[in-house]
Structures are given as structure tokens and as C-alpha cells.
Ligand binder design. Structure first.
Ligand SMILES: Cc1cc2nc3c(=O)[nH]c(=O)nc-3n(C[C@H](O)[C@H](O)[C@H](O)COP(=O)(O)O)c2cc1C
Length: 364
């Protein structure tokens, strides 16, 4: 079914303007036949944040921003789906065009700017699927015009606690002016204090929902020291490394499109995001697990992230170029790797390359 959907739809989607193609893909997933998804090899299961993931391959935030198709994505074989970014109030995001493909680089640039249908619309959808099973995280962000951005994160945690498998506090989108300042010093610590407190308050009704922080790959290592230190002190449950980059690696081939403002993702982000993952892993010292995101487009890419320190991985951009069958291919590759080296499971491989990676020259 996935193969058919992919073979028929992908060439057509590739001809369409990028954001229209995304909309069509979402509509297609809405009519995907119901039924059970594939059963995963038991060796792919991962237990982190107190949750049991059937496999470590997740749908990254930004694909299903409004919570329209989490169950279809789970049926396609993702081990978990991250919905959002959701903002408290609906907002349109930036003017179009705001999403661009870089086919020669297998990269994507977006400056969507948190287009969101708002918390209420997404809550209704997630509440309607409550009890359906599967892990669905909610990625939360602040409204552009908000006077108190931290209060936005707090309100979203209160709103979504009953329906979220976990929360991702997204303070790393480059497309909301000033948002990434929340990663800095005292502001970051205040953010953590208030979201951790909100999560504790709602836990009386909803249980203790894991709280993850999603960071930018563009942080300096000094900034990363502070962030990981504060996250450890405030006892967050994990980090996602990371979001899109504002950098433009010198080797990009689609030079014209590369000039578009926004966050770059996909293959050109792999080196930087994997290095930042390893840098985060060595600083976290096992205090919390990490999710590796950025440029994964194969089983070996997923494995490299795991070896750099990721307990789970997420992907988005590569699906534009490789199609949804990639999810199954990555899982097959991971199982092959485990079989080849007689590993009982993926946790044995988490972080084995991290220290060595941090000694390499900085990726360009
Ligand atoms: C079109 C697009 C929209 C995105 N929107 C969000 C978002 O709303 N929230 C977020 O945290 N990350 C968002 N991301 C970032 C992805 O979740 C991911 O961190 C990044 O793209 C790196 O992974 P990839 O190279 O596999 O795409 C978006 C990425 C893309 C390409």
C-alpha cells in the first residue's frame, strides 16, 4: 500500500509547488485505508522517557503541524509521531512562498513561521483519537505577537497534557523573530522552571508527561554547555538535536534557492546536526536521552545518529525526495546491523562514537 501510494503520488508531488504538494500529501494520508501497521522486530523497541517505542524512527515536527494524520503516519510504520508546532492562538505564519526544495542537495528551506490552526483545533483532533494507542508527542511554540512567550508554553502544556505522549518545547525555530533568544542564559532557565512547574501541576490529572527541549544546531559550544547544564539542573526528560539551520554550507549546489531566508534541513544538515548531537551527548553524561534529527535519509544515517548519542531519531525532509517507503527501509537496515553484530538491541549502540566524534574537525 505504501509502495503504491509512493510510486503513484511522489512524481506528481515533485512537480507541484512545495507547500501545495505537502497539502496534497496530508489529504492523501487522510484517506489511507485503516488497519494495523507493520509489526516491528522486537529488537527495535526502545524504552526511554518512561515510554515504550516500538521502533526508534519518528516523524519529526512540522509535517503534521495541526494533528490531522498522526494515526496514518503510525500505520505507515513510524514508531512515534510529533505533531506541531502548535501555538496557543491560530496564526497564519509568513507570506507564501515560504517552503523551497533544493533537489540537487536533497535539502529543504522553510520559513513557514509557525503557521498553526491553534491549540483548540489540534486539541479536538487529538482528543478524538484518545485511546487509539501509539505515541504522539506535541511540539509547542509561542505566538509571534505574544507579550509573554513563556506563558504560551505553559498554557499549551496545561491544554495538551491529557492527550500528549510527550511534549517538545520548541525554542529553536529560526522563523519566529527572537524565539531562539529563549535558549540563552537566564531566560532559558526561567523557561525551564516555568514549564517544569506547569508539567508538575497538570500531572495530578494527566500523569507526568515527559518534557523534551528542541535546540538549534547553530548554538556555540559555550551556549550548549549552559543549555545542557540548565536542563540537567531542572531535570528535563530529554532533548531533540535539533532544528533546522540558518547556516548555508559552502558546498550547496542549488545556489539560487539556497539564498532564500529560512531554516535549512535535509541532507546538507546531517554533518552539523550529528556533530551537535555528539556534543550534547558527552555533556549530558547520561542524565537524559536524546533524539537525533537532521538529514537522516538511510539506515546508515539513522545508525550514525544512534552511535552519536541518539536513543531515538526523527526525519522529515528526506521523505520529500525518497518517499514514505524510506521508513521501512531504515528499520530493515537497523535490524540487519543488529543481526550482523549480534546486538540484543539498539541501546547497546547509543553514543558509542560520541566522544571520538567530538575530536574530529568541525563539519562544514
Ligand atoms: C517544512 C518544514 C517544517 C518544519 N516545521 C517545524 C515545526 O513546526 N516545529 C519544529 O520543531 N520543527 C520543524 N521543522 C524541523 C524538523 O522537525 C526537523 O527538526 C528538521 O527538519 C531536521 O530534520 P530533517 O533534516 O530530517 O528534515 C520543520 C522542517 C521542515 C522541513
Amino acid at each position: 500500500m505504501i509502495g503504491l501510494f509512493d510510486r503513484m503520488a511522489r512524481p506528481l508531488l515533485g512537480l507541484m509547488e512545495a507547500e501545495n504538494a505537502h497539502r496534497v500529501a496530508i489529504q492523501g494520508l487522510k484517506v489511507l485505508p485503516r488497519g494495523p501497521g507493520p509489526t516491528d522486530d522486537a529488537r527495535l523497541s526502545v524504552r526511554v522517557f518512561g515510554l515504550n517505542f516500538p521502533n526508534p524512527v519518528g516523524m519529526a515536527a512540522g509535517f503534521d503541524k495541526h494533528g490531522e494524520v498522526p494515526d496514518a503516519l503510525l500505520r505507515l510504520g513510524f514508531g512515534f509521531v510529533e505533531v506541531g508546532t502548535v501555538t496557543p492562538r491560530p496564526q497564519p505564519g509568513n507570506p507564501r512562498p515560504r517552503l523551497f526544495r533544493l533537489p540537487a542537495d536533497e535539502g529543504v528551506i522553510n520559513r513557514l513561521g509557525f503557521n498553526s490552526e491553534g491549540a483548540q483545533a489540534v486539541l479536538v483532533r487529538l482528543a478524538a483519537r484518545a485511546g487509539a494507542g501509539g505515541l504522539v508527542g506535541v511540539n509547542v511554540g509561542a505566538n509571534k505577537e505574544s507579550q509573554d512567550r513563556i506563558a504560551d508554553y505553559v498554557s499549551l502544556i496545561e491544554t495538551f497534557a491529557p492527550v500528549a505522549s510527550y511534549f517538545t518545547v520548541n525554542i529553536s525555530s529560526p522563523n519566529t523573530p527572537g524565539l531562539r533568544d529563549l535558549q540563552q542564559g537566564r531566560l532559558f532557565d526561567e523557561l525551564l522552571a516555568r514549564v517544569v512547574d506547569a508539567r508538575a501541576r497538570v500531572s495530578r490529572q494527566a500523569g507526568l508527561t515527559p518534557l523534551l527541549i528542541k535546540i538549534a544546531p547553530d548554538l556555540t559550544l559555550n551556549e550548549l554547555d549552559d543549555i545542557v547544564g540548565a536542563a540537567r539542573r531542572r531535570r528535563v526528560d530529554g532533548m531533540i538535536v535539533g532544528n533546522t539551520t540558518v547556516a548555508r554550507p559552502p558546498g550547496l549546489k542549488d545556489r539560487g534557492t539556497a539564498k532564500e531566508a529560512g531554516g535549512l534541513s535535509g541532507r546538507p544538515l546531517f554533518g552539523l546536526s550529528t556533530r551537535m548531537l555528539a556534543e550534547t551527548y558527552v555533556r549530558a553524561e547520561g542524565a537524559f536521552p536524546l533524539v537525533g534529527t537532521g538529514g537522516i535519509d538511510s539506515g546508515s544515517g539513522a545508525l550514525a545518529k544512534i552511535r552519536a548519542g541518539a536513543s531515538l531519531v526523527q526525519l522529515y525532509s528526506s521523505l520529500v525526495f525518497r518517499g514514505l517507503a524510506l521508513v521501512g527501509e531504515i528499520k530493515v537496515e537497523l535490524v540487519k546491523e543488529l543481526t550482523r553484530n549480534r546486538h540484543a538491541g539498539l541501546p547497546e549502540l547509543v553514543g558509542v562514537d560520541a566522544a571520538a566524534m567530538t575530536a574530529e574537525s568541525w563539519p562544514r
